[in-house]
Design a protein around this ligand. Structure first.
Ligand code: ADP
Length: 372
């Protein structure tokens, strides 16, 4: 059995961020966990140095992998040390321009993936994963090549929502994603034990997700949609800060209490300069399965008002609809299996808004360089 001490001893041969002091004494190690011979290690760095320090990361990973008893090692660079204090709900402020800023230099861009976006919620049970899957399928129906990455350590549900059975296969050092309804999918649930991951601190979650970004054979994607863990704690903040996100979609239900949490989500992404692409109001109104009548069970429209107040786009209202629930929970999401239905149309309209914003942002963010 490999121990923390074995790992630290192996890392003595790897110089830390200053290029001299061995990693264990450099003060940069920010997390270490070992489970079934798998070693997860994170190194906190200045995010501006992420490209320059990639060889250090690779050297650390190689050194740990050489140890007897290590089945796999994953080392990631995080910028936890620069983490801002826990966000507090923002005060209402005059609307700001909502379009995203050019992607900030957080993390290392993933070759082949044009946009990585997060689907987040201030709390669990508001329909974040359902929205994530249907948004991804909506983007695919608009012609984009799409992947879904399930980062919800507290309840990875994307494989179930996409009706995926079986485990991904590895190809050398890489993992092949599963494919459902034309989108590629991978879940943190395949990589780690759910109970183990629940208690991880932020840097460990970031390590695992960075491995899934780096080692999964995503191929060329126009968009990778990440289903975030619900909430605004340490794990969520670390992900928001360390994954190279082009933007975030916040899902909320219309009740006041849910909106308070959604506000925290907006504040969290703003603090780490991730553009909020907009808010989706889920379970916005109820469609009666018998008469088709529409009723506002919760005070409908709260998220739209909230979006206006905070100057972020409002992306759309999704009804509380038994069809959406049944399709979702049986792995047959409406956006894929009932493309002409009301639900699919709503998700497609939301996807179209997200796509348009990302296309605008990208044009400004990354002028194309052609080498002749
Ligand atoms: P979260 O990811 O926020 O925990 P889920 O997407 O897992 O939430 O949704 C929680 C439950 O609510 C699931 O059973 C799902 O099918 C159901 N659900 C989500 N959105 C809707 C909706 N618009 N109408 C009906 N049921 C919904």
């Amino acid at each position: 059995m490999v121990s923390d001490q074995d790992v630290l001893a192996a890392l003595q041969s790897v110089p830390g961020p200053d290029g001299k002091t061995p990693l264990p004494g450099s003060g940069a190690l920010s997390g270490l966990s070992i489970k079934d011979g798998k070693v997860y290690l994170s190194i906190a760095i200045d995010p501006r140095q992420s490209a320059a320090l990639e060889p250090m990361r690779a050297a650390a990973e190689a050194a740990v992998k050489k140890l007897a008893g290590v089945a796999n090692a994953l080392v990631s660079l995080t910028s936890e040390k620069q983490a801002p204090p826990k966000p507090s709900p923002p005060k209402p402020s005059p609307p700001k321009p909502a379009s995203p800023k050019p992607a900030s230099p957080r993390g290392i861009a993933i070759p082949g993936i044009s946009n990585i976006i997060a689907v987040a919620s201030g709390k669990g049970g508001v329909g974040k994963s359902t929205t994530c899957v249907n948004l991804a399928l909506g983007l695919a129906s608009l012609g984009w090549r799409v992947g879904v990455l399930d980062a919800d350590i507290y309840g990875p549900s994307i494989p179930r929502l996409l009706g995926l059975k079986g485990k991904p296969e590895s190809e050398g050092r890489s993992i092949r994603p599963l494919i459902a309804y034309g989108v590629k999918a991978m879940s943190i649930g395949f990589l780690v034990d759910e109970e183990e991951a629940m208690i991880w601190r932020g840097p460990m979650v970031v390590s695992a997700i960075q491995q899934l970004l780096r080692d999964v054979l995503w191929g060329e994607l126009d968009c990778l949609v990440v289903d975030m863990p619900p909430g605004t704690g340490d794990a969520q903040l670390s992900l928001a800060q360390n994954v190279p996100l082009a933007g975030a979609v916040i899902v909320s239900t219309p009740q006041d209490l849910a909106l308070v949490d959604a506000r925290r989500g907006i504040a969290m992404f703003r603090k780490v300069a991730v553009p909020v692409l907009g808010i989706v109001e889920n379970m916005s109104y109820f469609i009666c399965p018998h008469c088709g009548g529409r009723s506002a069970i919760f005070a409908h429209g709260g998220a739209r008002l909230e979006a206006e107040k905070y100057g972020v786009p409002f992306l759309g209202e999704v009804p509380l609809d038994i069809g959406i629930r049944e399709h979702s929970d049986s792995g047959r999401p409406v956006a894929a299996v009932d493309p002409d239905g009301e639900g699919a149309k709503i998700y497609r309209a939301i996807a179209a808004k997200v796509k348009a914003t990302l296309e605008k942002g990208r044009v400004r963010a990354a002028p194309k360089i052609t080498i002749e």
